[in-house]
Design a protein. Structure first.
Length: 237
């Protein structure tokens, strides 16, 4: 194996971590399988390594990211099928449509909220492309945002339910209620250090379970910055 190939393989191995975040970004926004997009992104990384010239003053990471992103976008343009909708939205639409068979359809749909109507329209168009007119797109922006928020909140609530009793207790007091480490420790009968350790452990678990949420997702939780005095400063999770 010549030196050029060795250098290329080393660059690929040292920069594999660039692919996953980009793949997750587009998987979240398109509903496509994150593993499929990761594999496509790997091909983009390999292509970047093939074309990279070390004589240029551009770092390999900066050179590779556009190739990874470009490979994924090219794949999405060429092979993206019908748009997927969140499972929660699909289940809601199915329930509404079942209920509509039990009463007059016209009066039933008139009583639906804009969010529920959007869910039904989205579900009915599942499996084929649907040319939305400008009026629908404009009117539906808020509904789509609300649907997305509900889906994100559902994921967060599911993640919270996976915490054990000790972790949930400290998250409830420190993160959700915004109480200090000291007051939480006093209430639970444990030390401030124990509270801090449990909160950090719980937040790590939540971060893993919610890894597919967009970085700018609307989140009901607040991540806390700890200080030795036992006070906390909220910041966005």
């Amino acid at each position: 194996m010549n030196e050029k190939i060795k250098r290329r393989n080393k660059q690929i191995e040292e920069h594999l971590q660039l692919v996953r975040p980009i793949a997750l970004h587009y998987a979240f926004r398109t509903g496509q399988d994150k593993e499929d997009l990761t594999q496509v992104g790997m091909l983009g990384l390999i292509r970047a390594a093939q074309f990279f010239q070390s004589s240029k003053s551009v770092p390999f990471a900066a050179f590779a990211k556009p190739h990874i992103r470009g490979a994924i976008l090219h794949y999405l343009r060429d092979s993206l099928g019908p748009v997927k909708i969140p499972r929660r939205v699909e289940e809601r639409a199915q329930t509404l449509l079942r209920d509509s068979t039990l009463m007059d359809s016209a009066s039933f749909f008139e009583k639906l909220s804009a969010v529920d109507r959007t869910a039904i329209v989205s579900y009915k168009q599942k499996g084929r492309w649907y040319p939305l007119d400008h009026q629908f797109i404009t009117a539906g922006k808020d509904q789509w945002s609300e649907l997305a928020d509900k889906e994100r909140n559902r994921m967060l609530m599911n993640a919270l339910e996976k915490l054990d009793c000790q972790e949930y207790a400290v998250v409830d007091h420190v993160v959700l209620r915004g109480e200090s480490l000291r007051s939480t420790a006093s209430y639970l009968g444990i030390s401030c250090m124990t509270v801090q350790r449990r909160v950090k452990r719980a937040l790590r678990r939540l971060a893993v379970d919610c890894a597919e949420l967009a970085p700018d997702a609307v989140c009901p939780l607040r991540k806390q910055a700890f200080d030795p005095s036992g006070s906390v400063a909220p910041r966005s999770l």
